[in-house]
Ligand binder design. Sequence first.
Ligand code: FE
Ligand code: FE
Ligand code: MG
Length: 166
Amino acid sequence: MGTKGRQIVGMDINELLEMLNKAFADEWLAYYQYWLGAKIVKGPMKDAVASELLIHATEELNHANLLAMRIIQLGGTPLISPDKWLDNSHCGYDAPTNPFVKEILGQNIKGEQCAIDVYQKLLKIVRDVDPVTYNMVLTILQDEVEHEEDLQSLDEDLESLMMRQG
Ligand code: FE
Ligand code: FE
Ligand code: MG
């Protein structure tokens, strides 16, 4: 814990830590949802979709890493046990019970849209009070915006492929 680094934060640190830990839980769940989706996805374009899902999985894991480092800098502890992830998450976990590519894409698009909302709100909260967290959240938000677009354009390709095939 850096004492001066904590002093410059202009908001209640415990409140901030709680929000960061919720986002941390979101990222692990998103990681697992992508990682598993990449393994089980079936249907047209499944190879292209699986490789994008796997890239996103590693990017979500990197978000968990960024959040854990910031939580520790602020004197907090990242959630110690996975059984806390679901309770603490904003966006939850959408089990890919149907492995059809269109379903998997749809679930992950929903997840990204939830993440965009979460980080957009967090960005507003820290904007004038914690530039270090602001910078990290902005980095993550940029990735989530990219993820949504990646998935939606795959979904469009899939849509036109399925139309052509009737
Ligand atoms: Fe993420
Ligand atoms: Fe994402
Ligand atoms: Mg991508």
